[in-house]
Design a protein around this ligand. Structure first.
Ligand code: PLP
Length: 461
């Protein structure tokens, strides 16, 4: 929760500090500037994905080891970005390096199942309590296929998602994500809005957004859709939102969503691309104790190799097994990715690793909370397992509406620059959180908290 009577931050001071920190970062990343000039000649925007863009130039990396990364200017950072939250194992973990090294010499692609794929499915089955699994190569593929399975099972086209949530870059879910606050519509009737150009209006209209942490609003919208003859096939959601910083489910919310979807015969999909294997051994499903009909995984699953998975109940996955829904892909269950995933699950993401992540999380959240308290900053720290953030807001964020209305954007942007100049490599973007790895130490955490304290002091001087 935010402190009750926070200091009023001086907006001019924030601007001054931001200009100073931006100039400092520019000065120490001149090799990135040069690489950007070269990259733009062949790579659109100088990057491989638009999420890697940054003004005035992206920071280009060379390598990483454990909790650290190094950029092309030879700046060293503690990595709290971790590949958009994928590298919970840390970089170049010896167990994963060895598994990949051994596999690469044995052939890396057959489009036939290798034993590692079965072992990974068995492990995920035990962790998530869902009996049937399939593999894909990214989070987008996982959510795309999960939605198709739900549609195939129910014979319905409409789907429900949470307003503001990101589920990947395919058309069905590129709807009602980051849009101007005044366009979102009223809470009972949130608008279906395309996220960028190129998404057919007819597809957008099939995706209905509802607010997070408001089960009654979800049920009312479902009831209206039913009346209109548009009963949804599924609700796809993150059990804890991971793209408004971190927004945890309020007590009882997930249980209510489970009950509503079950009662209406709607498939409940927990998109665990960010939370799965990252906030507990069995992801949000384990942490919050609510079992969905389907789970989607990616990011942490592959230990740095492109991978994703869909888990489901026998009933749901029956439409895959009987051939009525095609769940396919040349690289699904790729041997290299599966070897890395197996090594990660068996040797890295162990019960001890989750105890360590929880201890790191306790230390970083309580350290940041103490700084917030000491300087009476408008904000609060929040975390679960490897994920967390400081949210700069005088109000608690519970959904997209409260995020848009309250997040202090200039301070959030300053914090990113501040960290980068103090050896803390953070995910760019105002919506992002930190990701800790099992190789992070208390030293890394204490450096993070010290940089935060230095910023708090400068902001309130
Ligand atoms: C919750 C969630 N689902 C799906 C995706 C899409 O994953 P990918 O980028 O691997 O396609 C993301 C990516 O950030 C995500 O955060």
């Amino acid at each position: 929760m935010p402190v009750s009577s926070p200091v009023q931050l001086d907006r001019r001071r924030i601007d001054e500090l931001t200009s100073r920190e931006l100039a400092a970062l520019n000065a120490r990343t001149t090799a990135s500037e040069a690489m950007y000039a070269r990259a733009r000649q062949s790579l659109s925007g100088g990057v491989a994905s638009s999420y890697q863009e940054r003004d005035p130039w992206p920071i280009y990396l060379v390598d990483g080891e454990g909790p650290r990364v190094r950029d092309v200017d030879a700046n060293q950072y503690w990595d709290f970005h971790n590949g958009f939250g994928s590298m919970v194992q840390g970089h170049a973990h010896p167990a994963i390096v060895e598994a990949v090294r051994a596999r690469v010499a044995l052939g890396t692609h057959f489009a036939a199942v290798t034993e590692d794929t079965i072992v990974v499915a068995e492990d995920l089955k035990a962790r998530f309590g869902l009996p049937r699994w399939r593999f894909v190569n990214s989070g987008s593929e996982a959510t795309m296929d999960a939605i198709r399975i739900a549609r195939g099972l129910t014979g319905r086209d409409t789907i429900v998602k949470i307003f503001g949530s990101y589920h990947g870059h395919h058309d069905a879910v590129m709807v009602s994500i980051g849009v101007p606050y005044d366009n979102i519509g009223d809470r009972e009737n949130l608008a279906s809005l395309p996220y960028g150009a190129g998404i057919p209006a007819d597809v957008v209209a099939l995706t209905i957004p509802v607010p997070f942490n408001d089960a009654p609003a979800m049920e009312r919208r479902i009831a209206r859709l039913e009346k209109e003859g548009r009963k949804p096939a599924c609700v796809i959601m993150e059990a804890a939102m991971m793209n408004l910083g971190v927004v945890l489910p309020e007590p009882g919310y997930l249980e209510e969503v489970r009950e509503i979807t079950a009662r209406h015969g709607i498939v409940l999909i927990f998109d665990e691309v960010k939370t799965g294997l990252a906030i507990a051994a069995g992801g949000a499903t384990e942490r919050f104790g609510v079992k969905p009909d389907m789970v989607t995984l990616a990011k942490t699953l592959g230990g740095g190799l492109p991978s994703g998975a869909i888990g489901g109940t026998e009933e749901v996955m029956a439409v895959v097994e009987d051939g009525s829904v095609y769940q396919v892909g040349t690289y699904n269950g790729n041997p290299l990715a599966m070897a890395a995933a197996r090594a990660s699950l068996e040797q890295v993401l162990t019960p001890e690793a989750y105890r360590h992540l929880d201890a790191l999380n306790d230390r970083i959240v309580s350290g940041c909370e103490a700084v917030i308290e000491r300087y009476q900053l408008p904000g609060y720290a929040i975390g679960a397992g490897s994920k967390g953030c400081v949210t700069f807001s005088t109000q608690k964020i519970v959904d997209y509406e409260s995020f848009k209305a309250n997040q202090d954007i200039p301070v959030t942007e300053l914090a990113w620059l501040w960290n980068m100049n103090r050896g803390i490599y953070m995910t760019p973007g105002r919506e992002e959180e930190w990701t800790l790895s099992v190789t992070h130490t208390f030293e890394a955490i204490d450096d993070y908290v010290a940089a935060f304290e230095e910023m708090a002091s400068a902001l309130t001087a």
